[in-house]
Design a protein around this ligand. Sequence first.
Ligand code: FES
Length: 119
Amino acid sequence: MRLTCTVNGEPREVDDVWPGESLLYVLRERCGLPGAKNACEQGECGSCTVYLDGVAVCACLVAAGQAEGRVVVTVEGLAPGGELDPVQRAFVQAGAVQCGFCTPGLIVAVHDLLAHVHS
Ligand code: FES
């Protein structure tokens, strides 16, 4: 199938997508966006967290077909033009990266948390 959606503000058409493959796979392997990480693939660790229509989701649990026509924002999308989001800057300033593998998912999750706390 052809998947048509918006990723980080840009319209994307991705061909040869199997409807059952994960949105995480599409983002990483077909769109060249390695920010969301593949760790547990079971919705347990959160390293793959992205926004789907403004809702934080585990991209490993979203079938590619479910993203049809929808808006996806990855950790890369939080830094348009290379300008870091305040959450990203805070992680850098605090050295809150540990090994760094799950950091992108944590950043999206914290970004989402703060959006809800401040609303
Ligand atoms: S890879 Fe662990 S929650 Fe998706």
